[in-house]
Design a protein around this ligand. Structure first.
Ligand SMILES: [Zn+2]
Length: 164
C-alpha cells in the first residue's frame, strides 16, 4: 500500500490520478476567491442536526487542486468531525500533504468563523506556514497563518527532539 517518492510527487503535481475535485486558474486572487466560494458551497452539505451550525471548508493544494469538507455530526456527539478536518482528510487520502491555504465558511453574519483548537493542531501537522482564511458569508475574510492561530505549536519534528 505504500507509494514511492515519485508517485507521491506526481500526486502532488496532480498528475497521478483523476478525482472529483477540479483545478482552478492560477491567478492568486482568483484562486482565493474560488477557495472561499468552494468553502461556502461545501457548507451546504453540512450534516449538523444537533448544533444546527453549518460549516464548510476548502483546502488548496500547491497545484491548484481544491478539496472541500463540511462538518459531520453524530448522535454520539463526540464522534462529530469539523469541516476543516474533513477537507484536509479528503486531500491527504488523495495523496496531498502540502497545502497553500484553507478557507472556512459558516452562517455567522456578524463575525468571521474561527477554527477550533483541534483543527488548528490538525492543520499544523501539515506545516505552520500556510494561510487560513476565516470568512463571513459575504465573502469578506481575515487571513492568518497556521502559526498565528497556533503559536509555539507542537509538530512532527518535535517527536524527533533530543530526549533524556
Ligand atoms: Zn474544528
Amino acid at each position: 500500500m505504500s507509494q514511492t517518492g515519485n508517485d507521491m510527487e506526481n500526486l502532488e503535481r496532480g498528475k497521478g490520478r483523476i478525482n472529483e475535485t477540479k483545478a482552478v486558474a492560477d491567478v492568486d486572487g482568483n484562486i482565493i476567491g474560488e477557495l472561499i466560494n468552494k468553502s461556502q458551497e461545501a457548507k451546504e452539505f453540512a450534516y449538523c442536526p444537533y448544533s444546527k451550525f453549518r460549516v464548510g471548508a476548502a483546502v488548496l493544494a500547491p497545484n491548484g487542486m481544491i478539496f472541500t469538507g463540511c462538518n459531520v455530526e453524530n448522535a454520539c456527539y463526540s464522534l462529530g468531525i469539523c469541516a476543516e478536518r474533513t477537507a484536509i482528510s479528503k486531500a491527504v487520502s488523495e495523496g496531498y500533504r502540502h497545502f497553500r491555504a484553507i478557507a472556512i465558511a459558516s452562517d455567522l453574519s456578524e463575525q468571521i468563523i474561527s477554527p477550533c483548537g483541534g483543527c488548528r493542531q490538525f492543520m499544523r501537522e501539515f506545516g505552520a506556514h500556510w494561510d487560513v482564511y476565516l470568512t463571513k458569508p459575504d465573502g469578506s475574510f481575515l487571513k492568518m497563518s497556521v502559526e498565528e492561530l497556533l503559536p509555539v505549536s507542537f509538530g512532527p519534528a518535535d517527536l524527533k527532539g533530543a530526549k533524556v
